[in-house]
Write a protein that binds this ligand. Structure first.
Ligand code: MN
Length: 202
């Protein structure tokens, strides 16, 4: 059994004396696994899409954010596992620290692994991530329904795409990334989080 600490890279990148982010411990945190999408105003604004798997948050940075249109494919860049208690982290990572900038909980809720529900060939979440074929049903405030994360290509050309699956929640007319910019846990916009929690001299 591989006992390598899945959060070693997460901790290595951060100075917990300076950043307000949780230092975290692996282990189940939520009764039902959660997904979270954190809007992150770092050097480049992006949306961090995270899925709780085996007590940590598997993570991808989605530069353009998720779409509700099933014909849209959004690039998703894999990033290091985050601790489960990162899911409700909202605040300001100070300048000079890794990922410096404001973090907002843009959407959060429980999710289901759709591949585990297939009677003929059920696939667990860890296997799905390993396979490069994740299919989940999200129960968020802004996002609902099936979303697929698919790894295409090989080696250096390999990349992940986030795609809305074709179901009753797909809606090409919605664009929540631009029409619903507030935090689902505090109601604040990025500027308000920055003003509330940013350094006065920052
Ligand atoms: Mn980020």
């Amino acid at each position: 059994m591989d006992r390598k600490d899945p959060l070693a890279e997460y901790r290595e990148k951060r100075n917990f004396g300076k950043t307000p982010e949780p230092s975290g411990k692996p282990g189940p945190k939520h009764k039902n696994p959660v997904f979270v999408i954190q809007k992150h105003d770092a050097s480049n604004l992006h949306y961090d899409f995270r899925l709780e798997v085996d007590g940590v948050l598997k993570s991808w940075a989605v530069p353009k954010g998720p779409s509700t249109d099933k014909s849209v494919k959004r690039l998703a860049l894999p990033t290091e596992d985050h601790p489960a208690d990162y899911a409700d982290f909202e605040g300001v990572i100070p300048e000079g620290e890794y990922g410096a900038g404001t973090v907002m909980v843009w959407d959060i809720g429980p999710y289901r692994n759709l591949r585990a529900e297939k009677e003929d060939d059920p696939v667990s979440m860890p296997e799905s991530v390993e396979d490069g074929k994740v299919e989940v049903w999200l129960e968020g405030e802004k996002l609902k329904g099936g979303y697929a994360l698919i790894r295409t290509g090989k080696g250096k050309d390999s990349r992940w795409l986030l795609i809305k699956m074709d179901d009753e929640e797909a809606d090409a007319r919605r664009n929540p990334v631009s029409t619903e910019p507030e935090s689902v846990i505090s109601g604040r916009k990025l500027e308000e989080i920055q003003a509330d929690e940013g350094e006065a001299d920052g």
